[in-house]
Every structure is written in C-alpha cells, then in structure tokens.
Design a protein around this ligand. Structure first.
Ligand SMILES: [Zn+2]
Ligand SMILES: [Zn+2]
Length: 171
C-alpha cells in the first residue's frame, strides 16, 4: 500500500486535509457513513454541502485529523478487526445455522457480540469534544448498550406486528 500524503480531501473543494489538521464533520449521521463520509476543511465548505443534503437540523463538528502514525495504526487495527470479525461471523453463522436446525430459534447467547460502534469516530469525537482519550473497553460497553436498546426496540416493533425496525421504536 502506498503512503497516504494527507488524511482526507475536503468533500467540497477537494483540498487535502493534512494529518493532524483541524477539519469539520457534519453532525448528521448520513454524512458520516463509512465510505460516503464527508470531510470539510472550512465552515464555508461545510455550508456548501447543505443545499444538496437538505438536513432538517445540522451543525458542523470540529474534528482533528489523526497523525500519520495514528492513522496507519488505526487502519491496521481496523483491518485486523475486520479480518477477525469476518472469521467470527462465519463461525457464528455456521454455529447459528446448526442450532437453528435443531431448536428453530436464536437465543441471545447465539448472537455475535461484535463491536457496533465505529471506534475511530467515537475516539475522534471524544477527543474533539474533551481532549480525552478513550479506552478500548468503552466500545464494548457501548456496543452492549446498543444491543440492549435494539432488543427493546425490537419488542416494540414486534408488538406492533412489524418486520421492520423503525426510528420511533427507540422512543
Ligand atoms: Zn474545502
Ligand atoms: Zn451533512
């Protein structure tokens, strides 16, 4: 893999955002989805994406790009994690299939206990917000909380006779 020269390019003006530089992120989650994530070098560039995005409520969140070293480390970690979770998912789904054939339903223990948050984004948020670092154990706790929230919402959707989880199930 070739050496990245900068962290990201500004979504609007395409100027490079250097490692360690300050940049802005949109507060709306759809603007930060994995491969489609948007990065802005200035408030003006963030403003420029608004007409097309048509958010109801949005603000720009100040972020700091990781250093090249941290970036490489994170990429490596993410690759490792992906490789691990793919292997685990495969093992899990084999396991679940087997059990499903036997008992016909999935119990909570059968389910993968994967990390459900984007670790780098979470850390970047905490850092930007407070200057604090985030311990790796935090992502486990948050993932467990998200699973709990989803379980409760699933019950609401189920009681409603739906097969789709809606945002209102979380209210
Ligand atoms: Zn820009
Ligand atoms: Zn946006």
């Amino acid at each position: 893999m070739s050496e990245p020269e900068f962290f990201r390019q500004c979504t609007t003006c395409k100027k490079p955002i250097a490692f360690g530089a300050n940049y802005l992120q949109c507060s709306v989650s759809t603007c930060n989805r994995n491969k489609l994530a948007q990065f802005f070098c200035t408030l003006a560039c963030w403003d420029a994406h608004l007409p097309e995005a048509r958010h109801r409520d949005a603000w720009a969140e100040p972020m700091q790009a990781p250093t090249l070293e941290a970036f490489r480390r994170e990429q490596q970690e993410e690759e490792d994690r992906e490789a691990r979770s793919t292997a685990r998912e495969r093992a899990m789904s084999d396991e679940t299939d087997k059990r499903r054939r036997i008992v016909g339903s999935t119990t909570a223990e059968d389910l993968p206990q994967d990390v459900l948050v984007v670790v780098s984004k979470l850390k970047a948020y905490v850092k930007a917000r407070s200057g604090m670092n985030t311990s790796d154990a935090v992502v486990e706790v948050l993932s467990a909380k998200m699973r709990k929230l989803c379980d409760a919402a699933i019950e609401v959707a189920h009681a409603d006779g739906r097969k789709t989880l809606l945002d209102r199930d979380f209210k």
